[in-house]
Design a protein around this ligand. Structure first.
Ligand SMILES: NC(=O)c1ccc[n+]([C@@H]2O[C@H](COP(=O)([O-])OP(=O)(O)OC[C@H]3O[C@@H](n4cnc5c(N)ncnc54)[C@H](OP(=O)(O)O)[C@@H]3O)[C@@H](O)[C@H]2O)c1
Length: 279
């Protein structure tokens, strides 16, 4: 099939491109390098010329923090909505949106709110759609994977409220297998929370990373939430993942019922202990 993949140069996009091509699909890999700048593709007419004979659209563009040019509204909402509408008009067979766990009615962070707005547009269109909401995705080449590995190297780790937040990281292979299944699944028009087999406390995940690299367990120092917010505000320009909204999102927890995902995938996704050893 001919697949238009946006965000193809990113962590998820690169893994997915390899899998799609290995199965014989033709991938139109879109990123800013080859002229697909979301900040300039905000209406249907910007997308229509690129959709000739396209069977499937997969949207993997996203940012974790805003700059003056790169806003959540344009990247997460306006450009994808225009792409989804253009795809529907061009009669593509399926549209797959990579959203994020937490992009729901309870979200208060602009990251999530803008993702949910695009998800809602897609869900309203007369096309076969999939909204995938991954929790933290880990794997080779992932920015957050590298960040957490780095953090876990310290023998003493300061964590918000002792790192007691539940997270349910999912291995990149489970996410890409899920996307591959979306290409052929008889069930369509579904929203799926893409999560690992079990939830784990954030502090235990960092200890797991340490022990998998043959370090002894770290001492965890608990930091009050408000102090974390101030620290994040101070360091966010040097450590982009440390945004105040990301601190709030972590505090909310990042987990879901795995059963619907396992049913769609046809197997259980990897648990973090097995998955991390495969990195
Ligand atoms: N990784 C995770 O843990 C995780 C979890 C949940 C949801 N997600 C979602 O999954 C999607 C992909 O995540 P990722 O981890 O692969 O992110 P990533 O590695 O940061 O990749 C982001 C992609 O977005 C593209 N992009 C950025 N600005 C753009 C612009 N102005 N125009 C066009 N493309 C632009 C980048 O392309 P260029 O910079 O090369 O142009 C890159 O291909 C995102 O929507 C993210 O929110 C990720």
């Amino acid at each position: 099939m001919k697949i238009l993949l946006t965000g193809a140069s990113g962590f998820i996009g690169r893994h997915l491109t390899r899998k799609l091509q290995s199965k014989g699909h033709t991938v139109i890999a879109c990123s800013r390098k080859n002229g697909f700048d979301y900040t300039r593709m905000l209406s249907k007419k910007d997308w229509m010329p690129h959709l000739n004979h396209v069977d499937i659209i997969i949207n993997c563009v996203g940012i974790i923090y805003e700059t003056r040019e790169q806003t959540f509204n344009s990247l997460h909402y306006q450009a994808p909505s225009a792409l989804f509408r253009a795809g529907t008009d061009a009669n593509v067979k399926r549209i797959i949106q990579i959203s994020a766990l937490g992009a729901d009615d309870h979200s208060s962070a602009p990251y999530h709110i803008t993702k949910k707005s695009a998800d809602d547009i897609l869900r309203s269109l007369p096309v076969n759609w999939f909204v995938l909401r991954p929790s933290l995705v880990y794997g080779r080449g992932g920015k957050s994977t590298a960040f957490f590995k780095h953090l876990a190297r310290f023998p003493v780790i300061p964590l918000m409220e002792g790192g007691l937040q539940p997270v349910q990281p999912v291995h990149i292979n489970d996410l890409t297998d899920c996307i591959m299944h979306c290409l052929v699944s008889a069930d369509t028009n579904i929203t799926i929370d893409v999560v690992g087999a079990h939830a784990i406390l954030f502090k235990d995940w960092l200890q797991l990373i340490r022990t998998s690299e043959n370090h002894s367990k770290a001492r965890i120092v608990s930091i009050p939430f408000k102090f974390c917010l101030v620290t994040a505000w101070l360091v966010k320009h040097f450590i982009p993942l440390m945004q105040t909204d990301n601190i709030r999102m972590l505090r909310r927890g990042n987990y879901s019922d795995v059963k619907p995902f396992a049913k769609f995938l046809g197997r259980m996704p990897m648990d973090i202990y097995t998955g991390w050893r495969k990195l």
